[in-house]
Design a protein around this ligand. Structure first.
Ligand code: COA
Length: 320
């Protein structure tokens, strides 16, 4: 038995902040942001929205899409690094909202790699026979964590949530790999103290801090390496993978990975121009869009790969 994604959903806030809007907040321009990152706009949560409201909406859609009744879910895993409350955890709140009465619920913190981490954990549970149907949610509101006076980071991120229902089936995940390097943790850090403080005070609370060039170098080296590791140990050629679905942080990172893999950019779909970097939500949002637009089809061989703070990174090889 392996793990198959049987339904997807996503939820994005209404409010759109374009690059021109960002230029009214910090000293930047549409030209700088779009040429360095590919990002043209991002969506930000309003006062009454948070990781739980977004995550619940995405999860509800994934349940409907997969035809799963609430009581069928055995486990809820939420990947998030931007909840404004420590407990109850986000997964328990989503469980309560959706009446997933038979589920165990827990959060996983692995920043932008979070979706790959929850997918890997779900796969291990399914392979071991402990659980059969699992709800995976990536939900983030990094707009509440960033320093809105730091132009080097605030232009990069957006809010959103994506979800998948996975179940034990004959086909699906072929193999998956995760890595962590705590020794490099200092290049990308975020403080929870900033989440609930007003913008002015949040600056003193040491919010998100990033060495952008170090993160860029890490991503363009480690992502191709771990994809290659996965392909080699499963004797799959890079050419035989139809889609490379990468964490949507920066278009230049994605283009660089495509080049290093000697693969055409068309195999690396991008939607970050609309949402910015939505951290753990970016891969499930992309999956939802690709699946429901008919681009990704049953049987398509895919690589998913995420990378982010920790440092953490990973990849999964699967037949959709
Ligand atoms: N608008 C205008 N100018 C900006 C700017 C902004 N938003 N942010 C930085 N700059 C300026 C810098 O101050 C610097 O000016 P200087 O040369 O006068 O000192 C100049 O642009 C170049 O800065 P630099 O940091 O060298 O730019 P870069 O080419 O490395 O691009 C990133 C910066 C952040 C876009 C890039 O490093 C990156 O994408 N890194 C990966 C980040 C990421 O994806 N993180 C999440 C991972 S999950």
């Amino acid at each position: 038995m392996t793990t198959r994604i049987i339904g997807t959903g996503s939820a994005l806030p209404e409010e759109v902040i374009t690059n021109d809007d960002m230029a009214k907040i910090v000293d930047t321009s549409d030209e700088w942001i779009s040429s360095r990152t590919g990002i043209r706009q991002r969506k930000l949560v309003g006062r009454d929205e948070n990781v739980v409201t977004l995550g619940t909406e995405a999860a509800r859609k994934a349940l409907e899409d997969s035809g799963t009744a609430p009581e069928e879910i055995d486990l809820v895993l939420t990947a998030t690094s931007s909840s404004e409350v420590y407990f109850p955890n986000v997964a328990c709140q989503i469980q309560g909202n959706l009446h997933l009465t038979n589920a165990v619920a827990m959060d996983v913190s692995a920043a932008c790699s979070g979706f790959l981490f929850v997918l890997h954990i779900a796969h291990a549970y399914i392979q071991s026979g402990v659980y059969r149907k699992i709800l995976l949610v990536g939900a983030e509101t990094l707009s509440r964590l960033i320093d809105w006076e730091d132009r080097t980071t605030c232009v990069l991120f957006g809010d959103g949530a994506g979800a998948c229902v996975v179940e034990a089936q004959e086909t699906g995940i072929i193999d998956a790999v995760l890595h962590s390097d705590g020794g490099m943790g200092h290049v990308l850090t975020g403080s929870a103290a900033a989440l609930v403080t007003p913008k002015s005070e949040a600056l003193a609370a040491h919010p998100l801090h990033m060495d952008g060039q170090a993160v860029f170098k890490f991503a363009v080296k480690k992502v191709p390496e771990c994809i290659q590791e996965l392909l080699e140990r499963n004797q799959v050629e890079a050419d035989d993978v139809k889609w490379y679905l990468l964490h949507q942080a920066n278009k230049r990172i994605i283009q660089s990975v495509a080049k290093r893999m000697h693969q055409p950019e068309e195999k690396f779909p991008v939607n970050l121009e609309y949402y910015g970097n939505t951290s753990a939500a970016s891969i499930p949002i992309l999956l939802d869009e690709m699946y429901h637009s008919g681009q990704i089809k049953r049987g398509d061989r895919c690589i998913l790969s995420g990378f982010g703070a920790g440092l953490t990174w990973g990849a999964a090889l699967l037949d959709w």
